[in-house]
Design a protein around this ligand. Structure first.
Ligand code: BGC
Length: 740
């Protein structure tokens, strides 16, 4: 007899379910202080919970699975989810940092390792990847995404989904990916979290939607719905978004979960007059599971009975939830990731469970060298290094936001990293020098975030005393390394900023260090582009390390001492100031563009400041140098459906082996709608020995020339195109061809 198909299995199961049991499957609850374990197990046994999140050990999840499988009427298994965003027990660099590697193997390694660790802790699903395009660094969640570019973020979305889900979401070492936040969350007005999103359809289709689509096409089993409005209708009640676009146009077949409390928030948005209406709107839109609220549970039974919600809507949602459980292999074996109690790890945080080598490798690939005057870096392994700054010895900040089950005590600080690398060949003198901020209101705010315990600890000494101590350390040293930036809570959900400066307390420290005349290496730790004008002008070397994870200190020391030659490139533009935002490289062309070197009058510019970014998209230095030749095209024109090849010779012209990222951009010379000045359409990470050169060939095909026209049709139009190839988005060579 042939095995029963998924559809038949689910249909048979649903035929046995009562309305209440169906509605129970739509409830996704957070394990937290609100309900005792005993209460939760009772609810599960009564068939009133479909899945949970935030419980992260086999010991915690086994009794819940027992309650579902052994004590509920139909024995439908639970699933267990968690925000495994950039690591689980081992914390990898934050997503924005990983994007800076432009290294798809490194990014896949981080996601695969995270899935292996999290599934071994009984988790089935992650609320990741987060692929919201961000062009506004004021938004704290910029740190959680992969930057500003639709192509780069889409490539990463695909790689991440495949690495998380492995051979199949049913595999015991896989996590089902739920891509988030659908949709457009990164475009909140003014970069203020949870603010409205209002966007033209063309921009939406062209720039913001592609990464979600890429994740779904790569097989993501879930979608998490955004908290924001999309052109006047909250995503969680948006039938166009959830049905017409996601399911009908894109063919998504998977589970859609709301974000935390989002259905309740429909009343606050003012599209629902009460909880009953909110539940009706959300289920009608196609939100299958309600996260962390009780509205579905309370309201759906009455709504179905009164006929306000057709049974078919409930069935559609239940089918997706059961379908996801089926795909995760839970009907085959509800314990496939929980395992047997006898095999539980005696210590979930055991050192042996960490993947430090992988974390270190990804972390060093994720750093971006922004400045390096007179070969200040790499440092010699010898002499005396003064290490200063509030982030130099802060374990917790190395973790970045959404650090899953990572334990700060297991992270390596820069102080430890430098000492380990130097051994007895040199000396590190450490002085904290400043608090992250002296603004007590900000400290209180940061300590109020959802951390288990307050984590911004203020050194009670007067600022002047701390600076004096650091200056004294600097005077005795050959070089000063200053680890400064933001505490991790500053680049976090609900941590939007109006300023992008390094906080004043740290700037004062840097200024004082500068007066010593010692070479000043600034090591940045932060989760968003910052305003670095002062640092750029005053530092001898500037290294962006983001929040580098469990192995931060070792990985940064690898770069500082040249044991690894930095190869990262910015996945997001660094503006010159807050006033210049939005600053992104792929903006549309203008009728009155500013031309550098020409008078600015009556051109599009700010008269007080240059128009270009401080550091452009794609930028990053190395300890060696590279050159790129002019472009050779295989043909001057491309027939419809054809392809041509664009090649350059890239040479390592410096004294060291190194890696760089060769980037390919396309500019559509004229089209039926205004097109961007350029768009990334390909890239290649290349390792070259000192003196080595290599021809790098890119295929350019018609698909790379397509865009959404005024009717939102995706098509390429005949005419001229410029291919641009270079090592950042500004310094490029160009060649023209025609699409026939
Ligand atoms: C965030 C989501 C996250 C969810 C569950 C929400 O506050 O917006 O990104 O997945 O919480 O932890």
């Amino acid at each position: 007899m042939p095995a029963e198909s998924k559809d038949a299995f689910i249909a048979r199961l649903m035929a046995q379910m009562t309305l209440d049991e169906k509605i129970g499957q739509l409830r996704l609850i957070s394990i937290g202080p609100d309900m005792t374990h005993e209460q939760i197990n009772k609810e599960i046994a009564a068939g009133r919970i479909g899945g949970t999140f935030n419980s992260v050990t086999r010991g915690e999840n086994r009794p819940m699975q027992d309650a579902a499988v052994k004590h509920s009427r139909l024995g439908i298994p639970m699933f267990f989810a968690y925000d495994v965003v950039h690591g689980h027990r081992t914390v990898f660099p934050i997503s924005l940092a990983q994007a800076s590697s432009w290294d798809m193997q490194a990014i896949a390694l981080a996601a695969r390792t995270s899935a292996i660790e999290a599934s071994a802790d009984s988790l089935d699903m992650t609320f990741a990847p987060m692929v919201d395009i961000s062009r506004d660094p004021r938004w704290g969640r910029t740190s959680e995404g992969f930057g500003e570019d639709p192509y780069l973020v889409s490539e990463i979305a695909k790689v991440t989904v495949r690495a998380l889900q492995g051979s199949s979401p049913a595999a015991p070492d896989s996590l089902m990916a739920s891509v988030k936040h659908f949709a457009l969350y990164g475009a909140v007005e003014g970069g203020r979290d949870y603010n409205i999103v209002d966007m033209s359809p063309m921009r939406m289709y062209q720039d913001y939607l592609p990464p979600y689509r890429a994740a779904i096409d790569a097989g993501a089993g879930g979608v998490m719905v955004a908290l924001n409005t999309v052109n006047g209708i909250p995503a969680s009640a948006n039938t166009w978004l959830m049905q017409d676009l996601l399911r009908k146009d894109w063919g998504f077949k998977g589970v859609a979960v709301s974000d935390h409390g989002a259905i309740e928030e429909l009343t606050r948005h003012g599209v629902a007059k009460d909880g009953r209406e909110a539940a009706r709107l959300a289920i009608k839109a196609g939100i299958d599971m309600s996260m962390a609220d009780t509205l579905y549970l309370k309201e759906l039974p009455g709504l179905v009975k009164s006929g306000d919600v057709p049974m078919g809507d409930i069935d559609n949602a239940v089918r997706e939830v059961l379908g996801a459980k089926y795909d995760m292999g839970l009907f085959d074996d509800p314990y496939r990731r929980i395992g047997a109690a006898k095999d539980d790890p005696p210590d979930v945080n055991a050192e042996s469970r960490l993947h430090r080598a992988a974390a270190r490798d990804v972390a060093r690939r994720s750093q971006v060298l922004l400045e390096n005057r007179d070969g200040t870096l790499p440092l010699k392994k010898g002499g005396t290094i003064a290490l200063v700054g509030p982030l130099a010895d802060s374990r917790v900040d190395m973790m970045g936001s959404w650090s899953a089950a990572g334990v700060p005590e297991q992270s390596v600080t820069l102080l430890e990293g430098l000492r380990d690398a130097l051994g007895d060949r040199g000396k590190v003198v450490y002085a904290r020098g400043a608090n992250v901020t002296d603004d007590q209101a900000i400290v209180d705010y940061l300590n109020f975030l959802n951390w288990d315990k307050p984590e911004v600890e203020q050194d009670p000494r007067p600022a002047g005393d701390m600076i004096a101590e650091a200056v004294e350390a600097a005077r005795r040293a050959d070089v000063v390394v200053a680890a400064v930036g933001e505490s991790r809570g500053m680049s976090h959900e609900s941590s939007s900023r109006t300023s992008l400066f390094i906080p004043g307390s740290q700037r004062e420290l840097l200024k004082a260090l500068k007066t010593t005349g010692k070479p000043l290496v600034i090591v940045l730790m932060n989760g968003r582009p910052l305003d670095l004008n002062w640092e750029r002008a005053n530092a001898d070397a500037l290294l962006e390390t983001w929040y580098a994870g469990t192995e931060a200190g070792h990985a940064i020391a690898d770069v500082l001492f040249g044991d690894y030659n930095p190869s990262g490139k910015l996945p997001i533009s660094f503006p010159r100031s807050v006033g210049q935002i939005p600053t992104y490289y792929n903006h549309l062309r203008l009728g009155r563009p500013f031309t550098p070197g020409k008078p600015g009058n009556y051109t599009s510019q700010y008269f007080e400041e240059k128009t270009d970014p401080l550091y452009p998209f794609g930028y990053g230095l190395s300890y060696t140098s590279f050159s790129v030749s002019g472009i050779t095209l295989s043909a001057p024109s491309m027939p419809r459906g054809g392809r041509i090849q664009a090649s350059v010779t890239v040479k390592n012209t410096g004294p060291r082996d190194g890696e760089t990222v060769v980037q390919l951009y396309i500019r559509d010379v004229a089209a039926s709608v205004v097109r961007p000045v350029k768009e990334l359409k390909g890239f290649r990470k290349v390792a070259l020995k000192a003196g080595e050169s290599r021809v790098i060939r890119f295929d350019v095909d018609e698909a790379m020339l397509k865009f959404f026209n005024a009717k939102l049709e995706y098509a390429a139009e005949p005419g001229d195109f410029d291919v641009q190839i270079g090592l950042d988005s500004e310094a490029v060579k160009s060649a023209r061809f025609e699409l026939l």
